[in-house]
Design a binder for this molecule. Structure first.
Ligand SMILES: [Ca+2]
Ligand SMILES: [Ca+2]
Length: 121
């Protein structure tokens, strides 16, 4: 199946019972990005202000002090790989992907420790 066909199916399954958990997750990532990217300037990229808004609302736990100007600038600098001063969807998904990988690593480590503990018992 071509990616475009898959996307059409995913879009048409929006919020329906037919959508799988992963399809819903993909939908939500797209929707979340556009919820913030459309507020000012280019509709399809996050400006510094939009990025700050998104981080504060959606990843407050991760950023902690998103209010801090330097924190947002640092994330912006890390994400904006093509240096155009905007975060596009690809750059956004790299952040979400990297955070998800970090969470998965943490889970694995946590479960390993747990397994070792129960071995000793
Ligand atoms: Ca924008
Ligand atoms: Ca960029």
């Amino acid at each position: 199946m071509k990616p475009q066909q898959l996307c059409l199916i995913i879009m048409s399954n929006l919020n329906s019972e037919n959508a799988s958990t992963l399809e819903n997750a993909m939908q939500l990532m797209i929707q979340t990005f556009h919820k913030y990217s459309g507020n000012e300037g280019d509709k399809y990229t996050l400006s510094r202000q939009e990025l700050k808004e998104m981080l504060t609302q959606e990843l407050g736990n991760y950023l902690g002090n998103a209010q801090d100007k330097d924190a947002v600038d640092k994330v912006m600098g890390d994400l904006d790989s093509n240096n155009d001063g905007e975060v596009d969807f690809t750059e956004f998904i790299i952040l979400v992907g990297a955070l998800t990988v970090a969470c998965n690593d943490f889970f694995l480590e946590y479960h390993e420790k747990d397994a070792k503990k129960s071995d000793k018992d």
